[in-house]
Design a protein around this ligand. Structure first.
Ligand SMILES: [Zn+2]
Length: 348
């Protein structure tokens, strides 16, 4: 009996050892597409992917013979114009999608450059495409230049490109509709106003604008604020609509603007006042004044001048009809646009 138990435990130990060895073999493979720079900022690095040790970055003293921040050597037959550079400002990532049949490409062609604006790199190969995802530590505009077999990338902060930078946030979205009154969702009105504002801002090439959403998505509160903070926005505006509490409709109507009462006035209250004046002037709504809003996450955590505009009351039948009309949405957008221009004139 004892012998049998011994045999079973021996078999169990061997099995365990096999599983352990196998997991040691596979464990690095699970991570081999990722490199995290963490706090380490390499002035000059060579980044390569190898079969055994995953992605590694080697600090090098060799001075780059190119002025850009990052150089990617392309696989044979791949022209730099075929490389798709997909920027996602909300996640601060840049995807390089490189068409190639060379599955070994990522092992053979190291990235060379500086990691000062990069916090992480992912590499993957699937379906005839090598994908390099670069995670940036701020919002950057990626500039691509091509020369022969090399693709060069530069990461420029919005302020290096534009005179002024604005982040616009349409409230709610996706599965979070905000208030729903008479079958109309707040998220749709918020977005419609922002899309009208976008048309106006697109005509002004001096202002760089980033949007937390331009469709029916619902970014997290963290990512909304991150976009404003990591773009170092001069102004951060969130567009919402109001409701009175309790069931049914009410006579209360008008525009309110929320600000952070715990920030110095110029960082929120003064800007909120500009928004209030310009929106009520443009769309003729009742001035319902400023409202302290430090308990609202995106207001409290914004490190840049912030205002949250509650354009109108969806619980007021007349105002709801207006808010749902494209004419009125355009007037609101014009008011917000004028508020942005005026804020810049006043030194923001
Ligand atoms: Zn709302």
């Amino acid at each position: 009996m004892q012998e049998k138990i011994l045999k079973i435990s021996a078999c169990f130990c061997v099995a365990l050892a096999i599983v352990a060895c196998a997991s040691f073999y596979y464990l690095p493979k699970l991570h081999d597409t990722r490199l995290s720079f963490g706090m380490e900022q390499l002035e000059q690095f060579i980044l390569t992917k190898s079969e055994n040790s995953g992605i590694s970055a080697i600090n090098t003293d060799v001075k780059a013979n190119f002025p850009q921040q990052l150089r990617v050597e392309l696989p044979a037959g791949c022209d730099a114009s075929q490389v798709e550079v997909r920027q996602n400002y909300n996640s601060q990532t840049v995807d390089l999608i490189i068409p190639t049949d060379e599955q070994e490409f990522l092992y053979e062609k190291p990235l060379v450059g500086s990691s000062k604006n990069i916090s992480d790199v992912f590499m993957d190969y699937a379906g005839g495409k090598a994908v390099i995802e670069i995670v940036l530590n701020q919002v950057f505009e990626t500039e691509k230049t091509c020369a022969g077999k090399y693709l060069y990338l530069d990461f420029l902060s919005p302020h290096e490109i534009y005179d002024k930078v604005v982040v616009i946030d349409a409230g709610h979205g996706g599965s979070k509709p905000g208030a729903i009154k008479q079958g109309i969702c707040e998220k749709d009105i918020d977005l419609a106003i922002v899309l009208e504002l976008k048309k106006l801002l697109e005509q002004n090439k001096k202002i760089g604008v980033y949007y937390t959403r331009v469709d029916d998505s619902n970014p997290s509160f963290d990512s909304r604020v991150d976009l404003a903070n990591k773009a170092d926005a001069d102004l951060f505006i969130s567009v919402h609509n109001n409701s009175t509490t309790g069931p049914g409709l009410s006579k209360v109507q008008g525009t309110q603007v929320m600000y952070d009462e715990k920030k110095p006035d110029k960082d929120s209250k003064d800007f909120a006042q500009i928004c209030l004046e310009e929106v009520t002037k443009s769309c003729g709504s009742v001035d319902k004044g400023l409202v302290a809003g430090n308990d609202i996450f995106i207001i409290r955590t914004a490190a840049v001048p912030v205002a949250l505009i509650e354009v109108g009351f969806m619980t007021n039948e007349e105002e709801l009809t207006k808010l749902n009309s494209n004419d009125y949405q355009k007037k609101v957008a014009e008011g917000i646009y004028q508020a942005i221009l005026r804020a810049f004139e006043e030194g923001y």
